[in-house]
Design a binder for this molecule. Structure first.
Ligand SMILES: C[S@@+](CC[C@H](N)C(=O)[O-])C[C@H]1O[C@@H](n2cnc3c(N)ncnc32)[C@H](O)[C@@H]1O
Ligand code: SF4
Length: 468
């Protein structure tokens, strides 16, 4: 569908909604014009479909007492609702997340509460009634908000994120910026030295701003691709008395008892060991070089050392049937890690996977995600954070679950954007949260390891300026 509007700031979200309806490649045309007079907004849409022209007009009143920022947000929500009404009726389809196109549905719901447009207990009802979110997803969002404990909105309480965009090999479905170890092996030492320098600069910022570090998260990529010696060198510089310290060891084929000993010695409390699937034929198909025995072995080593463990699973991996996915979920439940994160496959441009033959149908992926939600709940897991990515099958989402009291604060704080995060390393994003003003500023480090090393000084200056 070709879609145009006279309000530039709607263009991207219109496209996103259109894409979620699967209409991006068809020939239909939709135009939109907005007129505002005396706080009355009029939306005029024209749809040309199979040479037939249809017009749709909507009118609504703006609340004069809203702040300019909230007014802008309200107008955007309303116009997306109008677009959703048209597309849903004309193409006879509904979407699990209704008219919501954003990455953070639970943050969206939190904002409704914060601005008095909903109460915690009315979130599900308002999401379904006003934004066409399915009952199931609206209920899930309500549960997530309820299960999120420990949020402290304090501008001085911060998290540190360190990015290691290196992997042993590249999985076919992945679109994260991450280099294969073989390609960057001779730059790893320099990279770690730069990270240590950046940590030094961050320590000065922390001192100057009187920040307190609550959580550290080392992600990627695959941080555990570093050797025990390299990990030790890096982590010896992170001597903050934190509440939670996570290192993603996603690929079990990179984990050794020696590396886990180093992580333990340096205060790490939580790891990710990611099966993605327990079907070895799928692992082969997606180019993920790991064996189930390696997951089990690494998990045993982690439990022996008393780490909190998360396992990532993906619903909708190429060629998987619902039964195979169910077996993966059941195996994971038998292992009973402290956290399980259920992702829905997203295929973005950066991925190597180009063959659509093995793609799982929308109906099947729906069944998979629903099965996981029901089984995890039966086994005492509670959903506690949620995010969406572009191009996820059926416009679905990723959900993190915890058992007992083992929720990951960093995941909540980064998804809900409640706290400042200082990002370190290639591709890391820093966010400065100003809670009182309800404002967030962002700063991205350069994406690739080679550029990070060559443009290091320039980048560090930007960082100092950002936290001035
Ligand atoms: C940043 S990745 C890093 C994790 C680690 N390198 C690994 O592969 O185990 C975090 C998680 O995102 C999920 N993920 C990566 N690519 C995805 C995709 N195309 N669609 C859905 N989930 C994806 C996987 O579950 C992965 O464990
Ligand atoms: S899924 Fe993980 S291991 Fe695989 S390429 Fe992406 S970041 Fe690396």
């Amino acid at each position: 569908m070709k879609i145009s509007t006279n309000v530039e700031e709607y263009a991207i979200e219109f496209q996103d909604l259109c894409k979620l309806f699967g209409l991006n490649d068809n020939e239909d045309m939709l135009t939109h014009e907005e007129e505002i007079e005396d706080f009355i907004v009029k939306d005029f849409f024209t749809l040309i479909r199979d040479d037939n022209k249809k017009e749709f007009n909507f009118e609504y009143k703006l609340d004069k007492s809203l702040t300019p920022l909230r007014l802008k947000s309200y107008k955007k929500r309303m116009v997306k609702n109008n677009l959703y009404r048209i597309l849903s009726k004309e193409y006879n389809m509904s979407l699990p997340w209704g008219s919501l196109t954003g990455v953070r549905p639970s943050k969206f719901a939190r904002d409704l509460i914060e601005y008095g447009e909903a109460k915690a207990h009315t979130v599900p009802e308002i999401l379904s009634r006003d934004y066409f979110v399915s009952n199931q997803k609206a209920r899930l969002t309500g549960q997530i908000i309820k299960n999120q404990k420990g949020i402290i909105r304090n501008d001085n309480l911060i998290d540190i994120y360190i990015n290691i965009p290196i992997c042993p090999t590249r999985c076919l479905y992945c679109s994260f910026i991450s280099s294969e170890l073989a390609r960057v092996k001779n730059r790893v030492e320099e990279y770690i030295d730069c990270l240590i320098k950046e940590i030094g600069c961050v320590k000065e910022i922390i001192k100057k701003k009187a920040y307190m570090v609550r959580n550290i998260y080392i992600g990627g990529g695959t941080p555990s691709v570093l050797s025990a010696k390299e990990l030790d060198k890096l982590l010896s510089n992170l001597n903050f008395p934190v509440n939670e310290f996570t290192v993603e060891c996603g690929r079990p084929d990179t984990i050794t008892p020696e590396k886990l000993d180093v992580l333990k010695k340096r205060g790490v409390t939580r790891l990710s060991i990611n099966p993605q699937t327990f079907c070895e034929a799928t692992l082969k198909r997606i180019g993920r070089k790991q064996k189930n025995s390696q997951v089990l072995e690494a998990y045993t080593w982690a439990l022996e050392r008393d780490f909190v463990v998360n396992m990532d699973i993906i619903a909708g991996l190429p060629g998987e049937k619902v039964g195979i996915f169910k077996r993966t979920v059941n195996t994971c439940l038998e292992l009973a890690p402290h956290n399980i994160t259920i992702h829905t496959l997203s295929i973005k441009n950066g991925a190597l996977l180009r063959d659509n033959t093995y793609l799982v149908s929308d109906k099947d992926v729906d069944k998979m995600v629903e099965f996981a939600e029901v089984e995890l709940a039966k086994n005492g897991y509670k959903p506690y954070y949620l995010y969406r990515q572009k191009n996820q099958l059926k416009g679905l989402e990723n959900v993190g679950y915890y058992r007992d009291e083992h929720l990951c604060m960093f995941n909540i704080e980064s998804m809900e954007e409640t706290n400042t995060i200082i990002g370190i390393g290639a591709g890391a994003i820093s966010k400065r949260v100003f809670n009182l003003e309800n404002r967030i500023e962002r700063l991205a480090n350069v994406k690739f390891i080679e550029d990070y090393i060559s443009r290091f000084d320039e980048m560090l200056e930007k960082k100092k300026e950002f936290y001035k």
